[in-house]
Design a protein around this ligand. Structure first.
Ligand SMILES: CC(C)(COP(=O)(O)OP(=O)(O)OC[C@H]1O[C@@H](n2cnc3c(N)ncnc32)[C@H](O)[C@@H]1OP(=O)(O)O)[C@@H](O)C(=O)NCCC(=O)NCCS
Length: 193
């Protein structure tokens, strides 16, 4: 494990959240081409699309010093997916905003990693970036993602339900829910090492 050679932005009990390494892209494609991981997205990604997305994420972290961080298991050094912050680029009533998001390889589901990393990302957003509010959204069908939002203290804004403009009309994943949390509502992060 050579995280010391990569800039680490956040450390939790079990994770480093850091800039991506070139070798992360291989595992990122493994999860992006997996229909189970991509069940709540319109399609799986090709290798080219997956690498393009990784490069975009890497460039944004390079520029802003924050973003959709690569999540690495401290114990094994494995890249497990991303957890971090992003500025969505579509038109919606709740823009401008900063969203929190996550996508993990299915080998690493059901271990609490998304929740652990996301709590640390909220702490980073509110206390290092001094954001006043962080939002999250997902397809109405994405129960596992909504469960993470709820576990980290986000509240559903029922007036914020929307049709995702990047998903075609009539598509079953188009109908989306909106969750919010503000700095006052964030009760803290105590899962540091
Ligand atoms: C969304 C996603 C990250 C959620 O993963 P997850 O494994 O359900 O969530 P967590 O990592 O927080 O793990 C929580 C689960 O681990 C369990 N767990 C096991 N060991 C644990 C531990 N040591 N600490 C905490 N929780 C633990 C919890 O009980 C919980 O299980 P439950 O849901 O049965 O109650 C995952 O489903 C995913 O990557 N999906 C594909 C991409 C996606 O849809 N992203 C969102 C797009 S908006």
């Amino acid at each position: 494990m050579d995280s010391d050679k990569t800039e680490i932005f956040i450390e939790t009990k079990r994770l480093y959240l850091r800039q991506w390494k070139p070798e992360d892209k291989k595992v990122f494609y493994e999860l992006n081409c997996d229909p189970e991981v991509m069940r709540y997205f319109p399609s799986v990604l090709t290798l080219e699309q997956s690498n393009e997305l990784a490069d975009k994420i890497i460039a944004l972290i390079e520029k802003n010093k924050w973003g959709l961080f690569a999540a690495e298991l401290k114990l094994s050094g494995e890249f497990i997916g991303f957890i971090g912050l992003h500025v969505p680029t579509f038109e919606a009533a709740f823009m401008p905003c900063i969203e929190i998001g996550w996508r993990l390889h299915k080998h690493f589901w059901k271990k609490g990693y998304a929740t652990e990393g996301a709590l640390a990302v909220l702490d980073f957003g509110f206390n290092s970036l001094n954001l006043s509010e962080i939002i999250s959204f997902t397809s109405k069908q994405n129960g596992p993602s909504m469960a993470v939002m709820e576990r980290i203290g986000m509240k559903r804004d029922y007036s914020g339900d929307f049709d995702h403009p990047k998903i075609e009309e009539g598509h079953p994943l188009r109908s989306a829910v909106l969750y919010r949390i503000n700095k006052q509502g964030f009760t803290g992060f105590n899962n540091k090492k």
